[in-house]
Design a protein around this ligand. Structure first.
Ligand code: PLP
Length: 442
């Protein structure tokens, strides 16, 4: 072991997540600073952030009130034990979130990542049914092309093949709904497609196959995000709610991306007029300044656990850093910014401008489909024959090294999600830079 005062700074030891490590390390892409709409490269060049980091920096980078809140909390209370003790800010935050949540989703359970939030929600679903005397309800239902993080629960209910195929059998007793995307019926749609509500009836088929008495929960993203932005067909989510309610199955909305203004409301649940039994959230809750995530659960779920001797733990689940003081302080400051600057409303107003800008890229080289909803857009590029992902990787490189724009790329799909503080001029700039990217990767 090297002495502590040796400070190497090599590229090699960092195993970078969801990254082509060897290619990256040959030609790294590094951001060393950020402010507002921009990242800064080590040489000082400004790069416009068209995906809000990873859909999380909704209020723009390095916002002063959030920075200040974190600094003050770090100096005042660095950590409080998350089990059997509390600290003031975490109660304040849970109360604020319960007011923002739809219906009676009044209880917040905190985790540190969206993946942990998903695991928490799935565990809550299983334990809820058990507490109610329906312990045979163990089956979990996700959806093809769904992304619910990378825990074993999340990849089990998730439906992104690459995230599953390396990891064995995963959770038993999981089934999947069909994806709601069909390019032949939905290509180049702004907002929710007309076609596809009937795909929710697939759930009835699964209920008939497995019997409702074996099914604990259905989990979906209201808009599938990481797979390339797939807005739900009109009426689809309402149908899912009807079928789950009819059969006593819990409905979980994974709002890790759609939460905190991305669709013009605090939660997508509001946009679609559908109240799930649980919402998972992460990312935008702290504007990504400190990791934090969690589950908002209904009173019915919380109450089901509040039985037995009062000195006993009701739910054997939690994280050392659940509701960490720095994260709670960051989240409260973030919620203030969202409110004071009207950012959810701003996203709603910008939606048509953004949709028009993105859709105007139709006709650029290799654009096979464009989907938009809220401040989210997916731009599918035709893959190079026999080489899926090559064009997308080239786009990532050209954007960083030549075109000073950052857009998340998944295989050959560009995923755009600008900060909610974007101006119309920022949207136009993003659009023009993406047009250059598309011309650069023919
Ligand atoms: N759920 C959804 C819908 C997500 O989009 C993500 C991440 O993008 C996650 C869960 C996982 O979140 P994390 O990366 O914080 O674990």
């Amino acid at each position: 072991m090297a002495p502590l005062d040796v400070k190497p700074n090599e590229l090699e030891p960092y195993w970078i997540p969801f990254t082509a490590n060897r290619a990256f390390k040959k030609r790294p892409r590094i951001f060393s600073g950020a402010k507002g709409m921009h990242y800064f490269k080590p040489d000082g060049a400004k790069v416009i952030d068209a995906t809000s980091g990873l859909f999380c920096v909704n209020a723009g980078h390095c916002r002063e009130p959030i920075v200040k809140a974190i600094q003050e909390m770090a100096a005042k209370l660095d950590y409080a034990p998350a089990f059997q003790y509390g600290h003031p800010k975490v109660f304040e935050l849970a109360s604020r979130l319960s007011l923002l949540a739809p219906g009676d989703l009044d209880y917040a359970f905190f985790s540190n990542s969206g993946s942990e939030a998903v695991d928490t929600a799935l565990k809550l679903a299983l334990a809820y049914h058990k507490a109610k005397g329906e312990g045979a309800r163990t089956r979990l239902i996700g959806r093809e092309r769904g992304y619910h993080g990378i825990g074993f629960g999340g990849i089990s209910v998730g439906g992104m093949v690459a995230n599953r195929k390396q990891f064995g059998n995963m959770l038993a007793g999981v089934d999947h709904l069909q994806s709601t995307y069909d390019r032949s019926k939905q290509a180049f749609t702004k907002g929710e497609p007309e076609w596809g509500a009937h795909l929710a009836d697939e759930l009835t088929r699964l209920v008939n196959l497995h019997d409702a008495s074996t099914i604990a929960a259905v989990i979906v993203e209201p808009v599938s995000g990481s797979t390339g932005i797939l807005p739900p067909p009109k009426g689809y989510l309402k149908k899912l709610r009807e079928i789950t309610a009819q059969h006593g199955i819990l409905l979980i909305f994974d709002e890790v991306i759609t939460g905190f203004g991305r669709l013009g409301h605090c939660f997508a649940s509001e946009r679609y007029g559908v109240e799930p039994d649980m919402i998972t959230f992460a990312k935008g809750v702290t504007n990504a300044a400190v990791p934090m995530a969690g589950v908002l659960a209904s009173k019915k779920i919380y109450d089901a656990f509040m039985t037995g001797p009062e000195h006993m733990v009701e739910l054997f689940h939690g994280y050392t850093y659940s509701g960490h003081p720095l994260a709670a302080a960051a989240a409260l400051a973030t919620l203030d910014i969202y409110k004071d600057e009207g950012l959810f409303e701003r996203a709603k107003e910008l939606e048509p401008v953004f949709a028009d800008a993105m859709m105007s890229l139709k006709g650029e080289p290799n654009v096979a489909d464009i989907r938009t909803v809220g401040l989210l857009a997916g731009i599918d590029l035709d893959s190079l024959p026999g080489k899926p992902g090559v064009r997308g990787y080239e786009a990532t490189e050209r954007m960083y090294h030549d075109l000073d724009i950052y857009v998340r790329v998944a295989m050959d799909t560009l995923i755009v999600a600008p900060p909610l503080i974007s101006t119309e001029a920022d949207i136009a700039d993003i659009r023009d830079r993406i047009a250059k990217v598309l011309k650069a990767v023919v």
